[in-house]
Design a binder for this molecule. Structure first.
Ligand code: GLU
Ligand code: MG
Length: 457
């Protein structure tokens, strides 16, 4: 079924039936959830009996919800400020009973007259998904999330022994991990993996591929459940791209694959590793636009500390088979890859709004497809090891190395403006300019400490 361009209104009797089913399951409060311009999860809760109203009419939210910052400052712009009101409409069809008397539903932003607001993050991804479908594509996306599991009391931070991918490190937190698996299972998130990662106190989960809207909803709900589970265990989760000044950062890689008429576009073709010409154009569009979209994908004052060579964070706009230093890593169709060929966009971090990040990557891919851009040359080594001549010949571009450079490129990007529209772009840039003004000149240790939990639920 084609994705509607705007969140449809459910017939009243259907909304009533959903509400009654939630109530019968013991739900008392329904959370209408968004992730905002700064990548922070926010929302409002209503009693279950009001779920239909939160779906149809929405609940009130000041216009400044579009420009709340990671530190809760408000980055007002000439057009977004104290006057005006928005409505958060919960997508009741996507509501999930998450236990403990709560249901969770993703929300979209509307104006009071019932039209979709141009600042809506989920609405943006919805439109990109619809655009892909209009081109005859089926897109599958899947999120991963790295996070740091920390003591709830920051003063007791020191001392835990950690080994990268260590089974001992996972055993040290087995009760938490088992509880998290149960939470994800009840919410049908489709957990693929849950493991101790490389960095100190770092874990990662990855989720099953789904249509982009659904895949990002699952990521958003996973953040919520992660925060709830950690609290139960007296722990805290950091989704900061740079939870500690030393060591690797937290990434939020996005996987994507494309089909037309049921046939994959990243395998079974004549190109390198079986990539089809259209698949090549989709990759080319992404690689081409990544430098100007970095301000959306790795957007925070801390993101450029993570987005460095040698961190496996994909700091270079290029692609390569299983190349973990390329921003676009191709995972080819092999026996070892049960979902078939896909690309992993590695430069995304958890401070990004995942609806915006996924929508922007998709929009760039579709640009490549429409233009028939050919697949650029593959990069088979760590891009930082290339000579200047090779870098040029392969067309490899280093992603912006500072927050200011990423924001300048984003602000000047005609593609970003076209994808997002002027108002959403304005909101996204405003909150990051605030971060830059507030933290850009500060001592980085202080900023890392200050923002460690800014993106946590
Ligand atoms: N921690 C790395 C990042 O910042 C990713 C490591 C990996 O490839 O899983 O994205
Ligand atoms: Mg990882």
């Amino acid at each position: 079924m084609a994705t509607p361009e705007s969140l449809p209104v459910m017939p009243a009797d259907e909304a009533q039936a959903v509400t009654e089913a939630l109530r019968a399951a013991g739900v008392r409060l329904v959370v209408g959830a968004i992730i905002d311009s700064a990548g922070v999860s926010r929302g409002k809760q209503v009693p279950v009996g009001r779920a239909g109203s939160m779906h149809r009419s929405g609940v009130g939210a000041s216009s400044t919800w579009a420009v709340f910052c990671a530190d809760n400052a408000i980055a007002a712009t000439p057009r977004i400020g104290a006057v005006g009101d928005l409505r958060l409409r919960a997508d009741l069809a996507a509501a999930v009973d998450v236990g403990g008397g709560l249901a969770w539903a993703p929300a979209e932003v509307f104006t009071q007259d019932g039209s979709a607001s141009p600042v809506c993050w989920r609405g943006f991804l919805r439109r990109q998904q619809a655009a892909a479908e209009a081109l005859g594509l089926e897109v599958l996306a899947a999120g991963e999330m790295e996070f740091s599991l920390l003591p709830a009391r920051p003063d007791s931070a020191g001392g835990e022994r950690w080994s990268a991918y260590g089974l001992g490190s996972a055993l040290d937190h087995q009760d938490f991990l088992l509880d998290l698996e149960a939470e994800f299972d009840r919410a049908k998130l489709g957990l693929e993996q849950l493991h101790a990662e490389y960095g100190d106190r770092q874990f990662e989960f990855s989720l099953t591929p789904a249509a982009p809207l659904q895949a990002v909803d699952k990521l958003a709900l996973a953040r919520f459940l992660l925060g709830r589970t950690a609290r139960r265990h007296g722990l805290a989760v950091s989704l900061s791209p740079k939870p500690f000044l030393d060591g690797v950062g937290n990434g939020a890689h996005l996987h994507m694959s494309f089909l037309r008429d049921g046939k994959p576009l990243l395998s079974g073709g004549e190109g390198p590793h079986g990539i089809t010409p259209d698949g090549g154009s989709l990759i080319a569009g992404i690689v081409e636009q990544l430098p100007e979209l970095t301000g959306l994908l790795a957007p925070s004052a801390l993101s450029s500390l993570r987005l460095q060579p040698g961190m496996w964070s994909g700091a270079y706009a290029c692609w390569g088979l299983e190349n973990r230093e390329a921003a676009v890593r191709l995972c080819a169709a092999t026996v070892g890859n049960p979902y078939g060929a896909n690309i992993e966009v590695k430069c995304v971090d958890p401070a990004a709004n995942p609806y915006v990040a996924c929508g922007a990557i998709l929009a760039a891919a579709l640009d490549g497809l429409r233009a028939g851009t050919p697949l650029p040359p593959e990069v088979t080594v760590a891009p930082a090891s290339l000579t200047e001549d090779e870098t040029k010949r392969l067309g490899v571009v280093r992603l912006p190395g500072t927050h200011a450079a990423a924001l300048d490129a984003l602000e000047q990007s005609a593609a970003a403006r076209r994808h997002l529209g002027a108002e959403l772009l304005e909101a996204l840039v405003a909150v990051r300019r605030h971060e830059q003004a507030e933290y850009g000149g500060a001592d980085m240790q202080t900023v890392v400490d200050r923002l460690r939990f800014a993106w946590s639920v």
